[in-house]
Design a protein. Sequence first.
Length: 175
Amino acid sequence: MKTLKRILTGLLIFVVVILIGAFVAYRVVTHRALPDYNKDIAMKGLQSEVTIMRDQYAVPHIYAENEHDLYMAVGYAMAQERLWQMDFLRRVTQGRLSEIFGNSFVDTDYLLRLLRYQAKSEKILKEVILKLLLRCRHFPMVSISILKTKPKSFPSSSPCWDINQSHGLLCIPLT
């Protein structure tokens, strides 16, 4: 009976330690992945104050005094939440997935380059209204500023965005 009691006590302690460890790991992973929404940020390029408020579902509500600042804030909020996805899709449009996933993706890169996302993007940009281009140029600027604050999150081969890379995403539905 003493042996059974020792085994059950040891098993109970083991299960409790595993549950505590899993809970701590879960809390660390879920809270580390979220940006600090309450932090005040000074961003270069803004002309006036911008406020980004998030509701209970973390949906950003952006208040800006001019269009320039509005697009900068939208780009910031988008990159703050989805920078890795934005970088991934940029690499998809350029056929550069093997840079982050290794040599097994060289054939995939070859296929993506054959789809000519980059050339299609450049063709679209030639036909786009200048005013729209001026509005959209703020997304790369914001992505660059966020990349500078999170150097550990990205491979060292991540170059800065330019407008063609940002607009390469427009071409994904076209193929």
